[in-house]
Write a protein that binds this ligand. Structure first.
Ligand code: ARG
Length: 459
C-alpha cells in the first residue's frame, strides 16, 4: 500500500530519507496509548454524528483486533509507514477496509502524538510513585531496625556529631517524599487533553473535546489549539523531576559505595546485589549503586537535550519535536531499572552496627556537647569553643579521646568541669540531647518514622 499522505507526491521517498525521518523504531512504545486515544476519538465521532454508528463499530472492532495483536507482539511495523500512528492506521485499514480511513477525521498526527505522550506519562507517574513508595518502605524498615544504632554524622565528610543511623536513612525517606510530591504535582499538567487541536488551529468538524477528555479520564482540555500541539513542558517537567530523583539516588548510591568500602565497613550489600572481579578473587563490587550514580548523567542529559530541542522552536508543530521521545523513554527505563533494584537492595543490606559504634567511640564527634556543657555553666560559647579546641588538640597529641581524659586533665582546661561530664560525653547522651522536632534524639526519630509510615499508608 502507498503512503497515507501520498496524493501530492509524484516520486517515491528516498530510502535514506524514510529511515532518517521514521520514528517507528522507538515510538512503537506508544502503541497501546495510540489505540486508546483512537478508540475515544472514534466514539466521539459517532456520538457527534460525524460518522455513522455502523462505521464507528467497524473501526472499533478493528482497533481492538490491532490492540490484541500489539499485546501479543504480533503487529508488524514498517519503516515506510514512518511512525506508530500511521503504522496502526495502516493496520486498521488492512483489517476493516477503506472505512478504517475515516478514523482520522477531525484529527491530525500533531494532536494525536501529543495525546499519546500525555497518556504514556500519566501511567509513568503512577508507576514511579509506586516504586518510590516501595523504596521508602525499605528505608523505613531499615530505620526501624536501627533505632539504637549510633553512627558518626558527617559534614565535609569529616566526623561531625553522632546520629542515629535510622535518622540518616529517614533523611532519604524525606527526599523521596518530595520526589513523589513533585511527580504528583506534575500530574495536573500531564492530565490535560490536546486532542481536538487538529494540526494547529482546531477542526472544521463539530467534535466534542470534553467528551473525549471524559472518556480518557483527563481532567481538562488544552485551552489553546496551538499550545496543545506545541507544548512539551509536561515532558520537560517529568525529565526535571526524574533528574532530581536520580540526584537523590546518586547521593544514596555514593554513601552505599563508601559505607561498603573496607575503610568504612558500615554496611554490607547482599551478595545478590554485587558482582565480582574477573581477576581479583577477593572483590565484591557495589556495581548497582555505582551504575545508578553513573546513569544519573544520562538522565540529566535527556533533560538538557529536550530543553535544547524546544529552545527557539516556532509554533506550532515542527518535526524537531519527534526528538522528544528517545530521551524520555531512556529516562523512564533508567529510572525504572534503578528503582526496581534499590528497594530490595536496601531491604537486604546488612548494617554493621558494631563497626558504626566503634567509629563513634574513636572520634571527637562529642566535642560540641562539652562546649555546650561549659556554655551552660555560664562560659560564653565562643570561649567554650576555644577551650574545647585546645582540649581536643591535647587529646590528639596524647593519643586519647575525650572520654579517656581524667577529671584532673579536664580541669586543666577549665575549672567548670565536674564528674557529670562523663555522662554528657556518652554517644547516647549526645544523640538524645538533640531533642528538637526533626532532630536525631531517639524519641524524635521514632516519631518521624511513625509520621512517615502514616503517610505511606494514606498515599
Ligand atoms: N512521529 C511524529 C512525532 O513523533 C508524529 C507527528 C508527526 N506530525 C507531522 N506533521 N509530521 O513527532
Amino acid at each position: 500500500m502507498s503512503k497515507l499522505w501520498g496524493g501530492r507526491f509524484t516520486k517515491q521517498t528516498n530510502r535514506l530519507v524514510e529511515e532518517y525521518t521514521a520514528s517507528i523504531g522507538f515510538d512503537k512504545a506508544l502503541a497501546e496509548e495510540d489505540v486508546q486515544g483512537s478508540l475515544a476519538h472514534v466514539t466521539m465521532l459517532g456520538k457527534c454524528g460525524i460518522l455513522p454508528e455502523e462505521d464507528v463499530e467497524k473501526i472499533k472492532d478493528g482497533l481492538h483486533t490491532v490492540l490484541n495483536k500489539i499485546a501479543r507482539g504480533e503487529l508488524e511495523y514498517s519503516v515506510s509507514d514512518e511512525d506508530i500512528h500511521m503504522n496502526i492506521e495502516k493496520q486498521l485499514i488492512e483489517e476493516v477496509g477503506p472505512v478504517g480511513g475515516k478514523l482520522h477525521t477531525g484529527r491530525s498526527r500533531n494532536d494525536q502524538v501529543a495525546t499519546d505522550m500525555h497518556l504514556y506519562l500519566r501511567k509513568r507517574v503512577v508507576e514511579f510513585t509506586g516504586l518510590l513508595h516501595d523504596l521508602q518502605e525499605a528505608l523505613i524498615g531499615q530505620a526501624k531496625a536501627n533505632q539504637e544504632t549510633i553512627v558518626p554524622g558527617y559534614t565535609h565528610l569529616q566526623r561531625a556529631q553522632p546520629i542515629l543511623f535510622a535518622h540518616h536513612l529517614m533523611a532519604y525517606v524525606s527526599m523521596f517524599q518530595r520526589d513523589i510530591e513533585r511527580l504528583q504535582d506534575s500530574y495536573k499538567r500531564i492530565n490535560v487533553l490536546p486532542l481536538g487541536a487538529g494540526a494547529l488551529a482546531g477542526t472544521t468538524f463539530p467534535i466534542d473535546r470534553h467528551f473525549v477528555a471524559e472518556q480518557l479520564h483527563f481532567d481538562a482540555v488544552y485551552e489553546n489549539s496551538l499550545d496543545a500541539v506545541s507544548d512539551r513542558d509536561f515532558i520537560i517537567e517529568f525529565l526535571a523531576d526524574a533528574s532530581i530523583l536520580m540526584m537523590h539516588l546518586s547521593r544514596l548510591s555514593e554513601e552505599l559505595v563508601l559505607w561498603s568500602s573496607t575503610e568504612f565497613r558500615f554496611i554490607e550489600l547482599d551478595d545478590a546485589f554485587c558482582t565480582g572481579s574477573s581477576i581479583m578473587p577477593q572483590k565484591k563490587n557495589p556495581d548497582v549503586p555505582e551504575l545508578v550514580r553513573g546513569k544519573t548523567g544520562r538522565v540529566y542529559g535527556n533533560l538538557m537535550g529536550l530543553l535544547t530541542v524546544l529552545k527557539s522552536l516556532p509554533l506550532a508543530y515542527n518535526k524537531d519535536m519527534q526528538e522528544d521521545k528517545e530521551g524520555m523513554f531512556d529516562t523512564v527505563e533508567t529510572l525504572r531499572g534503578a528503582l526496581q533494584l534499590f528497594g530490595p537492595m536496601i531491604a537486604t543490606m546488612k548494617v554493621n552496627a558494631g563497626v558504626m559504634r566503634e567509629a563513634v567511640n574513636k572520634d571527637f564527634s562529642n566535642a560540641t556537647d562539652i562546649a555546650d556543657f561549659l556554655a551552660n555553666k555560664g562560659l560564653p560559647f565562643r570561649q567554650a569553643h576555644e577551650v574545647i579546641g585546645k582540649t581536643v588538640l591535647y587529646c590528639i597529641e596524647n593519643g586519647k579521646f575525650l572520654l579517656d581524659l581524667t577529671l584532673e586533665e579536664f580541669k586543666k582546661f577549665s575549672p567548670l568541669f565536674d564528674e557529670s561530664i562523663y555522662l554528657v560525653l556518652q554517644p547516647e547522651t549526645v544523640v538524645n540531647a538533640r531533642n528538637v522536632y526533626g532532630g536525631t534524639a531517639s524519641g524524635q526519630v521514632a516519631a518521624a518514622i511513625a509520621r512517615a509510615e502514616d503517610k505511606l499508608q494514606f498515599t
